[in-house]
Design a protein around this ligand. Structure first.
Ligand code: ZN
Length: 171
């Protein structure tokens, strides 16, 4: 178990494609536990963060770890197999941007994902709302895609302080 260094935007490893996990062994358990520790450490330092993908700590494996107040789990070899026609617009940031800025992204309101658990069990699950947009962000990492890739308009990128003003106004 260890807190790993988080690779930042500009690091070429973040742009590589990850490969499927074949062996559900001790190495996988260690990777998941490192993702957990790194995420918790980041949350403590930055007061934000809900999910992390293996390439962000330099492991090019199709592994995602999600940590929400009501649910923590790993998704191994996740694949989006269905997307809703309805779209959500969300302000999205990333550990790999050090959460310095936010980007307005369009995400599918709900998705169906096929993945394996840490024990290799195949699961087919529908996700909506927060988990849907979060998983689309993390699954993008496995293909080397970052939220900045969705930038089209100048108004789509704002600094964290400005984002926090928007959130305050909404609540
Ligand atoms: Zn990210």
């Amino acid at each position: 178990m260890a807190v790993k260094e988080i690779l930042l935007l500009g690091n070429p490893i973040l742009r590589k494609k990850s490969i499927n996990v074949v062996d559900f062994n001790k190495d996988l358990d260690e990777l998941i536990s490192n993702l957990h520790d790194t995420l918790i450490d980041f949350q403590k330092r930055k007061q934000t963060g809900r999910g992390i993908a293996a390439p962000q700590i330099g492991a090019l494996k199709n592994v995602i770890y999600i940590h929400l107040p009501n649910r923590s789990f790993a998704l191994i070899n996740p694949e989006i197999i269905e997307k809703s026609s309805e779209i959500l617009e969300v302000w999205d940031s990333c550990f790999s941007f050090d959460v310095a800025f936010y980007i307005l992204t369009k995400r599918f309101k709900s998705i169906r994902v096929r993945y394996q658990t840490n024990e290799g069990k195949l699961v087919d699950e529908k996700f909506s709302g927060e988990l849907s947009e979060l998983l689309q962000h993390e699954i993008d990492h496995l293909s080397g895609i970052l939220a900045t890739d969705y930038l089209v308009e100048k108004s789509q990128i704002i600094m964290r302080k400005e984002y926090e003003k928007i959130v305050k106004k909404q609540n």
